[in-house]
Structure formats: C-alpha cells, structure tokens
Design a protein around this ligand. Structure first.
Ligand code: DAH
Length: 338
C-alpha cells in the first residue's frame, strides 16, 4: 500500500469513527508502533538517499495530516458528547424545589433552653455531671449515710456489684461543684435521673431534673425565696404566685418545698392540681452544714442554698400535658404541636 492509499484509508476510518475509542483504534492502526505509516517510515532505513528524501517527506506530511484529522474528530466527538449529556440530563431550574421538612424541638428541650436562659441571666454557670454516680456522691456526701432510712426517699437503680448507681437526682452535682470550685459559687445543672418506679401517667423510670447551687457569705432563705419567685415568673408568666412549705431533705436545713399556682387552671382548681390550685415543683433549702463540711468548707464562714426540680413536671404544667409517657413516646402527632 502506498502512502496515498494509507492516507485515504485513514481519512475514511476517522470520518466514520463514532466514539473516542474508535479514534484511538485508528491512531494505533496508522501511527502506532506497528501502524501502517510507521512501517513505511521504518522501511526508509533500507532505501537510497534519494528515496529517503522523497518517501520520507511524503510520509511525514501524511502523518501530520492524520494527526490533525484525529485531533479534530476527537474534538468533534467530545463536543457532541457534552451536548448529549446536556440534552439527556437536563435540569429545569425553574421548577420549585422540594421543601425539606422542618423539625420541632422536643418540649423537654424547650424547657431546658428556657431554664438555661433564665439561670444564665441570673449569673449562674452550667455545670453538668455524670448520670452514673458512686453511692458516695449520690448519697453519703449529701448527708444520707448508708442504712439511713432517708435513702428510701429515692428508689434506686444499683449498678451490679461495684458501688455505682444511676443517679436518683441531680443533687450530686452540688458535691462535684463544691469540690472543683472555690466559693463564692453560683452554678446550675440539667440532666437525666433514674428511679425504680412503676410507669404511669405521672411517673417514669427516667426523667429530667434541674438543680441550682449558690454558696457565698451571708446567704439566707430570703435569697432562695427571691430567686425561686423570679424563676417561676419567668418560666410561667408574671401572674404566677409561689409559696414555700416546710419540708425535709437530708442535704438541706431548713428544707422547703415550693408550690406555684397551677398553670393549667390559673389557680382555680383542676384535675392537674387535684383541685387545690397549687402544684409542687421544687425541693430546696439551705445547704446542710454537714454537706459543707463534707467538701471541706467551714459552715461558720460559708452558707448556701440549693434547689432541685422535675423538668417533666414543669413541662407538663407549662404545656398542659396530662401524661408523662407522651414525653418519651416519640409520637409525631404529639411532638409536632411544639
Ligand atoms: N434532690 C431532691 C429530689 O430529687 C430535690 C432537691 C431537694 C434538690 C432539695 C435540692 C434541694 O437541691 O436543696 O427529690
């Protein structure tokens, strides 16, 4: 085959090519190591100088032609490919998008955020501690010695065989807090607690508490009262009233319980407040001198108050929820209301 025929053949083949693979095949066939044109160029070695010049020159021109043809055809095919993609994968950017569903914050989360907002505005710092506690922190250091009947106030989940419990209240936070920080202190905590209890409309084996602690000089029950009253107003609205009743907790002396006017009926009396118009939401008191001593503070120098409350109860009261189980059911019909 002479150079002219090879060039013609190459032209036909390249023109017919309908993919980049076919282009590559043609390149190998004519310009590859064993390609038709390459063979001619290789044969030059055996030729006379005259022939070398003539045939060599022709062959080189043919190679340039073929290279150009290959390049142009490849370009053409690539452009066609892009057009095809543009056609088949067309996106109509004028179509309205699929709106993503916006979730709802869980009512307990809403209360948590409100609680954090209120107490940080009072100058308290959040200080959270573990859900698994030693008996020492959950009880002993809070002035609830082993075998003391007061331990029965908390139906405890014990972790098998190692002196740990699932915390029955957030109060051990007070001990951690006083051990880690030097007074004056103003801290609060928020978290899950556990009790070995039958589940019903008012009880759940796990629920949430929040707790606060202030230790300073010359702190009195009046400071506690003012703090709680202001908290209740900010949580439930300004017309809520609160009252303190005397109570007992091993880690406070004196101890009080705080009632607020029922947020569901506004204090008139309803099933939620059992007709009394009042609901108990907070346990509190002045930090017991023994508790201060347990963390190395001198009760003659330092006093404090502490308070703890059930978040679920507050949540139910605030939103008029009658069954605590709803808070743990993940029922969307319920959750989407918040
Ligand atoms: N820890 C108590 C409970 O779970 C609530 C409580 C009472 C917390 C008095 C306090 C407090 O900080 O001073 O029943």
């Amino acid at each position: 085959m002479d150079i002219k025929d090879i060039l013609q053949l190459a032209k036909d083949q390249i023109n017919k090519a309908s993919s980049l693979e076919e282009i590559e095949k043609a390149r190998l066939e004519f310009l590859g190591r064993k390609g038709k044109l390459t063979e001619i160029l290789r044969g030059l070695a055996k030729m006379s100088l005259e022939q070398k010049k003539k045939i060599g020159g022709e062959a080189n021109l043919a190679r340039e032609d073929i290279e150009l043809l290959l390049k142009n055809k490849a370009k053409e095919l690539r452009a066609a490919g892009a057009e095809k993609i543009a056609e088949t994968e067309k996106v109509d950017i004028t179509l309205p998008g699929l709106a993503s569903k916006i979730g709802h914050r869980h009512p307990l989360q809403l209360i948590k955020e409100k609680y954090i907002e209120i107490f940080t505005s009072f100058g308290y710092t959040l200080f959270n501690t573990p859900e698994i506690e030693t008996e020492e922190f959950n009880f002993d250091l809070l002035n609830i010695p082993q075998n003391h009947p007061a331990r029965d106030m908390w139906d405890t989940f014990f972790v098998k065989g190692n002196g740990y419990v699932l915390r029955t209240h957030t109060s051990p936070f007070q001990i951690h807090c006083m051990k880690k920080n030097k007074p004056p202190l103003r801290f609060f905590a928020f978290g899950r607690v556990y009790r070995y209890e039958q589940i019903d409309a008012g009880h759940s084996p796990n629920f949430y508490q929040c707790e606060g602690l202030v230790v300073d000089k010359n702190i009195t029950l009046a400071d506690l009262k003012g703090t709680i009253q202001e908290f209740a107003k900010q949580m439930f609205g300004h017309d809520v009233k609160s009252r303190m009743r005397q109570s007992f907790f091993p880690f406070t002396e004196p101890s009080v319980e705080v009632d607020v006017t029922c947020a569901v009926c506004g204090g008139k009396g309803c099933p939620v407040c059992k007709g009394t118009g009042w609901v108990e939401i907070i346990g509190a008191g002045m930090v017991h001198p023994n508790v201060l001593r347990n963390v190395g503070l001198n009760p003659a120098e330092w006093q404090g108050f502490a308070f703890g409350m059930g978040v679920d109860r507050i949540c139910m009261l605030k939103y008029g929820i009658e069954d605590i189980r709803l808070l743990y059911s993940n029922n969307l019909k319920f959750l989407e209301q918040f």
